[in-house]
Design a protein around this ligand. Structure first.
Ligand SMILES: C[S@@+](CC[C@H](N)C(=O)[O-])C[C@H]1O[C@@H](n2cnc3c(N)ncnc32)[C@H](O)[C@@H]1O
Ligand code: SF4
Length: 425
C-alpha cells in the first residue's frame, strides 16, 4: 500500500486535486510521430522523440490575486514580483527534458494561469510548446478565474492555440461568492463567457456545493444559472475543509458550519439529475460533459497513463516513476535556477500497489473497470486481489458487476470517498 501523500491526494472524490497521480506499468505503442504531426504549432519532426513517452503534460502556474479561504493548492498570492523568475525557472526545467516530446494534451493549471500578465502568459505558452509541441487533434486546457479574463489575455490564449478554458465559476450568488472569498461577481462570469464563447472549442466551468449555510434551493439556482451559460463541461465539487486553510481554522473555532452529509448528498444527486437531464454525460464522479467534450487530459490520469509535469508542486508519472516537485514557489525557483533538481519526492510503486491505485482511478469513471482487461494490463487480477471487497460492495449495492465490468451504482457514487480506502489498504 503506498503510504505517500500521493495516495491520499489521488483518491479524493469530489474535489479537484492539483497533483492527481496515476501510473501504468507498461509502455504504449503509438503510430510513428511522422504520420500524425501537425505543422503548427510544432517542432520539426526530426527533433522529436519517439512515441513511447507520455502524451500529456501538466504545467502548474502558482499565482493568484489572493488565496480563497478554502483553497490549499500550490500557490502564492500577491507575489507578482516572482513571475519573471518563475518563467525563467520553468524554461530551465523544460530544458531538462531534453529533446522536444509531442503531446496530445496540455493542461495549464493553478493557481490561476490567467493571472499572469498577457506577455508572461504568451511567454509561458511558447516555452511549453517548444518542449511539448502538440499533436493533431490536441486538447490544450487553461484554468481561468472569471475576474482575470480580459481581451488581451483572451487574444493570447486564442492565438497560441488553446482549445479548452476551465473557468472557476463556483457560484452565481453574491453571498456564496463572498463567503468563499472569491474576487469575482456573477457579472464577471457572464462577461468572461462572452469573451470565450466565440472561439473556444470547449468551455468548462467549476462549481462548488455545500458551502456553509447553502440550501438545496441555492444550489439548484446555481445549476440553473450555470446551464444558461451553455457550458460544454461542468465539474461539481463538494466544499472540503482542507487542513492549513483559513476555512479549516474557522471551522475549528465554530465560525463556519460544515454542511450536513445528507444535504451534501442531496446536492450531489441534484447535480447528477439536473446535468444529465440537460444532456450532459456523467462520466466521472465529479465531471459532466456534453458529447465530445470530456476532459481528455484528466482522462489520462483516470486511465492510468503517464504524463509530464512542470512547475512548483507539479506531480509527474514518467517511465514508471512518480515524482513531485517542491511545493514552495520560491524553493522551486531557487532550486531550478541554482541548477538543482526541483523534485521533492519520488517513488516507484510495486505492481500490486500500482494495481490498487489504478483500480480506484478506474472506478471513478462511471463506465467502471473491465476486469479481464485490467488484469491483462496490470498483471494483477482484481477479481483475486479484491475478491473480498468486490463481494462486499456488490452485496451492499454500492457496486454492480455486469459481465466483465464492475462499476459504481448511484448509492455507491454518493459515498465513494468512503469506499476507496478499502481498496488501497
Ligand atoms: C485551480 S482552481 C481553478 C482556477 C482558478 N484558480 C479559480 O479558482 O477560478 C481549481 C478548482 O478547484 C476547486 N477547489 C479548490 N479547492 C477546493 C475545496 N477546498 N473544495 C472544493 N473545491 C475546491 C474549485 O472549484 C476551483 O475552481
Ligand atoms: S483563485 Fe483558484 S487557485 Fe487561487 S486560491 Fe482561489 S480557488 Fe485556489
Amino acid at each position: 500500500m503506498p503510504t505517500s501523500a500521493w495516495a491520499c491526494i489521488s483518491v479524493k472524490t469530489h474535489v479537484h486535486a492539483d497533483v492527481d497521480m496515476a501510473h501504468i506499468p507498461e509502455r504504449y505503442t503509438f503510430p510513428p510521430l511522422s504520420h500524425v504531426l501537425t505543422s503548427s504549432p510544432t517542432t520539426p519532426h526530426s527533433e522529436l522523440r519517439t512515441p513511447h513517452f507520455p502524451l500529456s503534460c501538466y504545467v502548474h502556474v502558482p499565482f493568484c490575486v489572493h488565496r480563497c479561504g478554502y483553497c490549499n493548492f500550490t500557490l502564492v498570492a500577491r507575489r507578482e514580483d516572482l513571475i519573471p523568475r518563475y518563467l525563467d525557472a520553468v524554461e530551465r526545467e523544460l530544458a531538462t527534458h531534453g529533446e522536444p516530446s509531442a503531446v496530445e494534451t496540455l493542461f495549464f493549471g493553478g493557481g490561476t494561469p490567467t493571472h499572469l500578465p498577457p506577455a508572461a502568459l504568451e511567454r509561458l505558452c511558447q516555452s511549453a510548446l517548444r518542449q511539448f509541441p502538440l499533436l493533431p487533434g490536441y486538447e490544450w486546457s487553461v484554468e481561468a478565474n472569471p475576474a482575470d479574463l480580459d481581451t488581451e489575455r483572451i487574444a493570447v490564449l486564442r492565438e497560441q492555440g488553446v482549445t479548452r478554458v476551465s473557468l472557476g465559476v463556483q457560484s452565481f450568488s453574491a453571498e456564496k461568492l463572498s463567503l468563499l472569498e472569491r474576487d469575482h461577481r456573477a457579472d464577471d462570469i457572464r462577461r468572461a463567457v462572452d469573451l470565450l464563447r466565440p472561439w473556444v472549442k470547449s468551455l468548462a466551468i467549476d462549481l462548488i456545493f455545500g458551502a456553509p449555510g447553502e440550501t438545496l434551493a441555492d444550489w439548484e439556482s446555481d445549476l440553473r444559472q450555470a446551464l444558461t451559460l451553455e457550458p460544454d463541461h461542468v465539474s461539481t465539487y463538494g466544499l472540503t475543509f482542507e487542513r492549513g486553510t483559513t476555512f479549516w481554522g474557522r471551522k475549528l473555532r465554530g465560525e463556519l458550519r460544515v454542511a450536513e452529509e445528507s444535504d451534501e448528498r442531496a446536492m450531489y444527486e441534484t447535480a447528477i439529475d439536473t446535468l444529465t437531464a440537460a444532456g450532459f454525460e456523467h462520466y466521472e464522479v465529479s465531471n459532466f460533459a456534453r458529447p465530445g467534450h470530456r476532459c481528455r487530459h484528466n482522462e489520462c490520469y483516470w486511465d492510468g497513463r503517464e504524463y509530464f509535469a512542470i512547475g512548483p508542486g507539479a506531480a509527474r508519472y514518467v517511465a514508471g516513476r512518480r515524482e513531485i516537485n517542491h511545493r514552495s514557489t520560491t524553493t522551486y525557483i531557487e532550486r531550478v535556477l541554482g541548477g538543482r533538481s526541483p523534485v521533492a519526492d519520488g517513488e516507484t510503486l510495486s505492481p500490486v500497489d500500482r494495481a490498487r491505485e489504478a483500480f480506484v482511478f478506474g472506478m471513478r469513471r462511471l463506465r467502471g473497470v473491465h476486469l479481464p482487461e485490467f488484469a491483462e494490463r496490470y498483471g494483477v487480477d482484481p477479481r483475486r486481489l479484491f475478491a473480498a471487497q468486490l463481494a462486499k460492495y456488490v452485496q451492499l449495492g454500492m457496486f454492480v458487476q455486469q459481465g466483465d465490468w464492475v462499476r459504481l451504482t448511484r448509492p455507491g457514487l454518493l459515498v465513494s470517498d468512503a469506499i476507496w480506502p478499502d481498496f488501497l489498504a
